[in-house]
Design a binder for this molecule. Sequence first.
Ligand code: NI
Length: 200
Amino acid sequence: MSPRTKIIALFSAFASGALILLVAATALLPSAKAPTTTVTGTAGVGGPFQLVNQNGAPVTEAALKGKPSLIFFGFTHCPDVCPTALFEMSEIFNALGPDASKVQAFFVTVDPERDTPDALKAYLSSFSPQLTGLTGTPEQVEAAKTAYRVYSRKVPLNGGDYTMDHTALVYLMDKNGDFLAPFNAKRPPAEAAADLKKQL
Ligand code: NI
């Protein structure tokens, strides 16, 4: 497969949606202009961030060094997409068995207003202990979203409540902290785990 075909295949492996199509289009545009630089579209994912984990400890991009990482942006009040993704990631960690400790995963909130470290801690207790929650000030979260090209938007609900629209891609970062590809967590956990083991 050519790298472009590979990108297309990776994206089509995800559930379709306008957002994902948008991201795919963004990824493909640069290579369409300059066919020799096929990684242009993905090279811009990732970068510096300053957040805190569910225990309130500072976490920066330095945490991505040394282990391959899965990174997913979402929010704890999400009705279905986020809990499903976190459940899938937890199943993949189970499938990794003894190698689980050699891989890490980050759940970065797009809703810092409600997702305090304590809220993340309570929420993540239902999932794999390999999952680290990340939050910060609205500005810090905004900077992390920009670095990872994540879109999110507050959507008001009846009664003054709100929900969030957000990019729901799982990112695979290599053990140098560099973006590799979108990661398909919607496959049999053993298959996804085998894919991750290639990065150890
Ligand atoms: Ni969600």
